[in-house]
Design a protein around this ligand. Structure first.
Ligand SMILES: Nc1ncnc2c1ncn2[C@@H]1O[C@H](COP(=O)(O)OP(=O)(O)O)[C@@H](O)[C@H]1O
Ligand SMILES: [Mg+2]
Length: 582
């Protein structure tokens, strides 16, 4: 069964550094052997140098010990540096994968918090790996070795060391048990806190004008307090066990001295053994002590590791697809049903349609009728739960996403421009984009003159989300982006919602141009004025296709919508306030 589970990508990435890991392990082994230097020196001085009063032996011994200390320092340095590099290489190998997962995750599930937790998780893992924490863990396997040496000194000294070790291991287990929960809670509150801060930042205008700032601040403050509480609890628990372990280690060291003295008194051991044994006993337990100190970070690293692994397993790398030729003929939708990401409710039921090149389809219908959900599926954002979408006969998932992207132009309902220049946005941030292609797209969208009137023309920086532009300007620049590179399929979701008559005219011309060059245009429209460029119409309501066919036929069968001329009630209000109705 275990073989069916895909290998952890994290583990594989770590295994890729196996050579460096082996060096670290060997360095650790040598360092741990060298930890004996001090005790060895002490034993020799007490038991050999002092009784023989030989200065020459003392000098020789001291020089040897200095050399060993120097060697140990160099190895320690190398080991620390190797770990930092292993951590960095792991972070670097996985960073792009995690980056892609962050953006794909927001397409496939309802986002939790600000959606950036995977990046923080990777930082957490990398941070822990490059901290002294793992070194403590690397020293841990040497504990039995040191305890064994204590037994070589004397059975009772060994017993004391063993008891101490067992006690500290028990403390470690308790630390783990008690810090896991608070640490997980701390992460959850941190996510909530970040999400609140992020949403306040995004909606600053509404918060400010409608006096909602202090309410959001209160919510943020509450999440923050809970986060700090959980953090404090983890630190308290870790610190408490840390203090107990430190004391236990000191008690043990003294106990060993005491036991040693008793043995000396009874002439069962030499004076050197007492001190060397006590030092080695302390040395044996030092890694556990350190491990407890770093346990909090270890726990959060382990939680991050599991979260990352779950994420990467959930979003495996897309398989390599063969490159398909540029589409040129048909767009088919075979009875698709759509469920929004992270939801369970079907919002689009069994929609089918087939469009030949040169066709233009308008999708109309009331708000919340499922139009945007349908087009999200059409352009491949959401995978339909049933049915297939094909371009030139090939299902959407047979295309490499990046390749398919060239053949699709999409204007989302909420536009989604990125921080950067107008030219970069139109060219979809293509490196070294051809200026002629940018100009062609701008001309097709009829925004060339509009862009020239911006402070720096095509090089104007439009800010995050295009915040320095008006809504209409944003929509028209996003139209140019959708048309960039003459994509086969152009899908526009309410492209005229912020347009003036001039903009609507440009939009119609653009739709006609797409059709004239053999592309397919799909336009979601709220107002019939956006339908001038299309020849087919689909009516969507309550998530179902209510009608589909040639524009005139469908529109003539549609019930008259009351919104066009002012209703009787509206006329009365207009009369009352002294305005003559149109
Ligand atoms: N991201 C989403 N998550 C959950 N439900 C959604 C999401 N987007 C739309 N819906 C729901 O799907 C239904 C259709 O919405 P939509 O397609 O946006 O309507 P419209 O026809 O106005 O474009 C609505 O009931 C809406 O609540
Ligand atoms: Mg919509």
């Amino acid at each position: 069964m275990a073989s069916k589970v895909p290998e952890d990508e994290l583990r594989l990435a770590l295994a890729a550094c196996h050579r460096a890991l082996v060096v670290v392990a060997i360095a650790s082994a040598i360092i741990n052997a060298l930890y004996l230097t001090g005790s060895f020196y002490m034993l020799q001085v007490y038991d050999r140098v002092i009784p023989s009063r030989s200065v020459a032996t003392l000098v020789g011994l001291s020089i040897l010990v200095m050399l060993l200390y120097g060697f140990q320092a160099i190895l320690d340095l190398i080991r620390g540096r190797m770990l930092v590099r292993i951590a960095r290489s792991l972070g670097q190998d996985l960073s792009l994968r995690v980056y892609h997962s962050i953006s794909r995750l927001s397409l496939t599930s309802r986002s939790v918090g600000d959606g950036l937790q995977p990046m923080r998780d990777l930082d957490q893992v990398r941070g822990f790996l490059s901290s002294p924490g793992p070194l403590a863990f690397l020293d841990l396997p040497w504990l039995p070795f040191y305890v064994g040496i204590c037994f070589l000194f004397h059975f009772w000294i060994g017993c004391a060391a063993l008891l101490g070790a067992l006690f500290l291991v028990m403390l470690t287990v308790l630390t783990d048990r008690f810090t896991k929960g608070p640490q997980r809670a701390a992460t959850a509150f941190a996510v909530r806190r970040n999400a609140l801060a992020e949403s306040s930042r995004r909606n600053a205008e509404a918060l400010y004008t409608m006096g909602m700032t202090s309410r959001l601040a209160a919510q943020w403050g509450e999440a923050n307090v809970k986060y700090l509480d959980a953090q404090q609890r983890t630190s308290d628990i870790g610190g408490g066990f840390g203090a107990i372990s430190k004391t236990a280690r000191m008690v043990l060291q003294s106990a060993m001295l005491g036991i040693g003295s008793y043995l000396v008194i009874n002439q069962q051991a030499t004076g050197g053994v007492i001190i060397a044994g006590s030092i080695i006993g302390g040395r044996a337990l030092a890694p556990i002590d350190l491990v407890i100190v770093h346990w909090k970070n270890f726990v959060s690293c382990r939680q991050s590791w599991h979260r990352l692994n779950d994420l990467l397993r959930l979003l495996p790398e897309p398989p390599n697809q063969m490159a398909l030729p540029k589409p040129a003929a048909t767009f088919e939708v075979e009875t698709i049903s759509v469920v929004p990401a992270g939801e369970t409710r079907i919002v689009v039921h069994d929609v089918s349609l087939r469009l030949e090149k040169g066709r233009g389809l308008g999708i109309v219908g009331p708000s919340a009728g499922g139009k945007s959900c349908l087009v999200r599926a059409l352009v491949g954002i959401w995978k339909p739960v049933r049915g297939t979408i094909r371009i030139d006969g090939a299902a959407l998932d047979q295309w490499l996403p990046e390749t398919l992207g060239q053949y699709i132009g999409y204007l989302p309902q909420d536009v989604e421009l990125l921080a950067g220049t107008v030219a970069e946005n139109i060219s979809r941030f293509e490196p070294g984009a051809d200026a002629a292609k940018v100009l062609a797209a701008a001309n097709l969208a009829g925004v060339h003159d509009l862009i020239l009137r911006l402070p720096n023309g095509y090089e104007t920086n439009i800010g995050e989300n295009g915040s320095s532009l008006s809504a209409g300007q944003r929509q028209r620049i996003a139209l140019a982006r959708a048309l960039y590179g003459d994509p086969f399929l152009v899908v526009l979701d309410e492209p005229n919602s912020n347009l003036d008559p001039e903009g609507e005219e440009a939009l119609t011309r653009a739709i006609l141009a797409v059709r004239a060059r053999g592309g397919i245009a799909i336009v979601v429209a709220h107002r019939p004025s956006a339908l001038s460029g299309v020849d087919l119409v689909m009516v969507m309501a309550q998530g179902r296709c209510q009608a589909f066919g040639p524009k005139e036929e469908v529109l003539s069968n549609m019930p008259r919508r009351p919104s066009a001329p002012p209703t009787l009630g509206a006329r009365r209000v207009l009369n009352e306030i002294g305005v003559s109705p149109p």
